[in-house]
Design a binder for this molecule. Sequence first.
Ligand code: NDP
Length: 328
Amino acid sequence: MMKYNLCGRSGIRLPALSLGLWHNFGSVDSFETAREMLLAAFDAGICHFDLANNYGPEPGSAEENFGRILRADLAAHRDEMFISTKAGHAMWPGVYGDGSSRKSLIASCDQSLRRMGLEYVDVFYSHRYDGVTPIEETMQALVDIVRSGKALYVGISKYPVHLQQQCYDYLQAHGVPCLLSQYPANMFKRGAIAEGAASNLAVAAENGSGFICFSPLAQGLLTSKYFNGIPAHSRAARSTGYLQPQQVTPQRVEAARQLHAVAASRGQTLPQMALAWLLHDARVTSVIIGTSSVPQLMDNLQTLEHLEFSAEVLQRIESILSADGLAM
Ligand code: NDP
C-alpha cells in the first residue's frame, strides 16, 4: 500500500515513492513500455510524476510522451495527479535556451505546458543555480509563474547550501513558500542528507520545505545488475545513459554485493533496502525512482512493506559505506 507523507509545512501529501521521467520516457525509448510503467505506477498509488523541460532524449520528448499518455489514458484523473517540471539546464539552441533567467524560465514553462497539454503544473522548479543569474531574478520568476496560474507551487533543485536560505527567504517574503527541495541522495552520494544542521536536508526541513531525493539507486549501481560486468540493457551501456561505464568501479560493485547480503538478511532486494534507507529519515518527503521496466517498478514498490531498520543493521550499512572510493 502506498504511503503518503505531508510535504514540509504545507497541506500537500506526496507518495513516498514518486516516478521520474528523466530516462526511459524519451523518443529513443519504447513508448509502450513507458505507457505501461506510467499506468502501473498510477494504479499503485504513485500520483507524483517528476519531469523537466530537457528530459528525453530528444529534449522535450519525455514531456510530449507524458502528455500523450495523459490525454489517452489518464485525462479523467488530472486532479489526482501531482506533476512537476523544471527549467534551468540546456534545452533549446540559442542564448535563452539555458540558465535560470526570468526569460528562460517563463518561456520554458510555457513550452512545457504546451508539450504536456496541461493548463498548469503542480510544481515548477528552478532546476539549478546557474552561477550567474541573481537569486532574486530566478525566485521572482517562480513567484510570477505561480501568480499567472501556470503552477500551483514552486521548488528548487540542487541549489548549494549557502544559497538555499536566500531562496526560501525570498519566496516566503513574496507569499509563495518553497514547497519542495530536490537533491541527489543515495548510499553513495550522501552530501545533501549528511548529519548536522548544515546539510541541504536540514536547511530545507528548518524552513518548512519538503525534501525529495533523486537518483536514489545511484542510477542502478545500487542493484545487482553490475555484479558480473555491464549488461547490454543497462544505463551504463546505453549511449544515451547518464551513468558512465567508468563510474561502475570495482569498489562500488563490491559495496553493492555486501549491501545486497544485508538486504537479503532483511528479506529485501538491494533496491528495496536502498530506497527504504532514504525514507527512514522522516524529513524525507518522497524518493523519485526511475525505472526501465514494469518488473523494476514492482520490485521498488515492495520497499513500502519494510521501512524499519534496527540500529544494528544501520551500523552494518554504515561500515560498508565507510570504505574508500564509493562517494560519487
Ligand atoms: P535511480 O537512481 O533510481 O536509477 C534508475 C535506474 O536504476 C533505472 O533506469 C534502472 O536502470 C535501475 N533500476 C531501478 N529500479 C531497479 C530495480 N528494482 N532493479 C534493477 N534496476 C533498477 O534514479 P534516476 O537516476 O533515474 O533518477 C530518478 C528521477 O530523479 C529522474 O527520473 C528525475 O525525475 C529525477 N532527477 C532529477 C535531477 C535533478 O537535477 N533535479 C537529476 C537526476 C534525476 P537500467 O536503466 O539500467 O535498467
